[in-house]
Design a protein around this ligand. Sequence first.
Ligand code: PPY
Length: 370
Amino acid sequence: MEELLRAWDGDSTVVHHDADTDAWIFIAVHDRTLGRAAGGCRMRVYDEPSDGLRDALRLARGMTMKWAAIDFPFGGGKAVVAVPRPLEAAARERLLLRVGDLIALLGGAYATGEDMGTTPADMNVIARRTRNVFGRTPESGGTGDPGHWTALGVFAAVRAACERVFGTAELADRSVLVQGVGSVGRPLVRRLAQAGARVLVSDALPDRARTLAGKVDAEVVPPERAYDTACDVFAPCAVGGVLNARSVPQLECRVIAGSANNQLETEEAAAWLLERGILYAPDFVANAGGAIALAGLEVLDWSEEQVEARVLRIGETLGHILDDAERRAVSPVTEARRRAEQVLAAARKGTRDGAAVYSGRMGEETTGGS
Ligand code: PPY
């Protein structure tokens, strides 16, 4: 953990060990140039606590890129709760309250939300300790699971990428393999099927894949065949690190666009994809729909129509990135990073207006919880 923290280029990290559950809580605040840090809270079992910390640090950096890529007034941050085993309800609740206490302690520097392994109901629990929470249930005043918004953005990205590669954004008869049919993969599959695509679904939980496939007339691909099954578009919507030295040589697709965070295991994977002629839509651009929706609906006072229009613009943004990447002969992810870094650099120089637009709904802790 010392090594990871030393090598990290971020702002601050909270590390907490919970004696009751033997869980670790990591809160990583990567960059606050554009505003207060915001990003989800992931909960899962890791082999080692340090794997949880590594995940938090990488995911927080990804959020810095994501907010900058869409030019939203937030900084990069993420929380990871590394549990030793799935917890029973009471222990889980106590642990989430602890997460809330730590977020409150940060005094508004970081706001959380749901992520892999957490739910809107979990956000309600965290909200008992801090106001800096996105995505509570609608009954509790939140906007709930943003998964369908993320899916809409990925859908727009798939269309934009197909337009570049196949000359048309039309998805009729295009084959799309969706890896992971959770809260984003499922609505994405439905949209793709509606657009006439030939959908292939794969999930680590085979029942989940089979059930959905039956409903939308999709084909089920076993998890171990997700990489070498021929398709036009591969959409990773589950875990990160799926594009690596083992998977890239196997891929039989022309386009990669999905919702998983940190799809590239290492930087080199982007170059390998470029060499193989596979168009990779940078994850932090393609999957920004959830962040846009949470920020738009819960802080910026946007209507659903405004959110929808902004999420669909992910397709245009990606189009510009792909054009410029081609012109500069770099990978799309290199170009997307360059643009994000430009937004951050302009903000650091103070040449852009009003970065800290953050309504009174979140921010400094005033209530002290309950
Ligand atoms: C993500 O896009 O990966 C997020 O974590 C989205 C988000 C944004 C703001 C609060 C919580 C989650």
